[in-house]
Design a protein around this ligand. Structure first.
Ligand code: SF4
Length: 327
């Protein structure tokens, strides 16, 4: 058997408990570990950085935004409960790790995946798909479930001692937590807490954006800002507090409409340049609803837009109208 020294593993390090444990199991076997983590407009690298610090291993941080946007447009394996294309996402991350493995001479790639832990992306068939469609194949090791999976090249070649790998399976995380205590691993985040795509409410907004406007970065970044409504063909964003009102006003693009109540305190709202008069009036009613209006009285709204400033007196939207247009 070939026996390079040292054995070098490239470990996907999201920073969650499982990826920390998987990397730690390899370190315990004397394997040199390099972490790689991915960052995008939907998830960050902070947990991965903390994990690398705790494990005392170097970390590569890769920008994943273009890749995840392409996946969101056409996910081959579909979405989870939110707008999370987890199988395709795993495949793309492992594929990139495979490229790095070949470029930098690592012997294999390792992940913290646990058989049957996540219904969409970690059942046996999904794990096989990730290995084969990523092109990493038998050079992909899952130390936490290795004993339940076919032997991989690192095990066959005795780079890794299979006897010291584990047979974790399913959603019960108690065995991982017990192992973390034993190994002194602390401060890990809650599972799947770091990806916006798993949040059903956020997924709903993103789905609406994808359907009506396409997935460009600036509108995606705006999804986290304010209340969102679909009015005819346009999206209306209404600030929820002073900071958001100021941000909306500051980030308003040339030609976008800006709405706010003239004589009473209330939020700011923006909508795109192509809005029709009907859409503008509906947006004004929605925005007025969040102002300090007097019941039964119209609110005078100031409108700044491509045709110059004007005012519009409008009755605030009813609760039904609010709910039917909320994204
Ligand atoms: S939770 Fe988010 S980052 Fe993780 S695999 Fe799914 S889509 Fe990718």
């Amino acid at each position: 058997m070939d026996n390079p020294q040292p054995i070098r593993a490239l470990c996907l390090l999201s920073g969650g408990l499982d990826s920390r444990l998987a990397a730690r199991l390899l370190l315990e076997q004397g394997i040199e570990v390099q972490g790689v983590t991915f960052t995008s407009i939907f998830f960050g690298a902070r947990a991965g950085e903390r994990a690398a610090g705790q494990l005392d291993v170097p970390l590569l941080i890769e920008d994943f935004t273009p890749t995840i946007l392409a996946i969101l447009a056409h996910p081959r394996h579909g979405f989870g409960a939110g707008l999370n294309p987890c199988i395709d996402c795993h495949i793309a991350m492992v594929r990139r790790a495979g490229e790095l493995m070949r470029e930098h001479g690592f012997q294999f790639v390792s992940t913290g995946e646990v058989l049957n832990q996540r219904p969409m992306s970690q059942h046996r068939k999904a794990l096989q798909q990730v290995a084969s469609e990523s092109g990493v194949g038998d050079y992909l090791l899952r130390p936490l479930s290795a004993k339940l999976l076919p032997e991989t090249e690192p095990e066959k070649r005795s780079w890794v001692d299979r006897a010291r790998l584990l047979a974790f399976e399913g959603r019960n995380r108690k065995p991982q937590m017990a192992l973390a205590r034993e190994l002194g691993i602390t401060g890990y985040p809650q599972p799947a807490g770091g990806c916006l795509l798993t949040d059903p409410a956020y997924g709903q907004r993103l789905k609406d954006l994808k359907t009506h406007e396409g997935l460009d970065i600036i509108p995606i970044l705006r999804l986290r800002l304010g209340r969102h409504f679909r009015v005819g063909a346009v999206r209306v964003i209404v600030g929820r507090n002073q900071a958001e009102n100021e941000q909306l006003e500051k980030e308003r693009n040339a030609g976008e409409y800006l709405l706010k109540a003239k004589d009473v305190p209330g939020p700011s709202a923006i909508l795109p340049p192509g809005a029709t008069e009907d859409e503008l009036q509906q947006a004004a009613a929605l925005c007025a609803r969040y102002s300090d209006f007097l019941p039964g009285q119209p609110v005078v709204m100031e409108i700044q837009g491509p045709q110059g400033p004007r005012t519009l007196a409008i009755l605030p939207a009813t609760p039904d109208m609010i709910e039917s247009r909320r994204i």
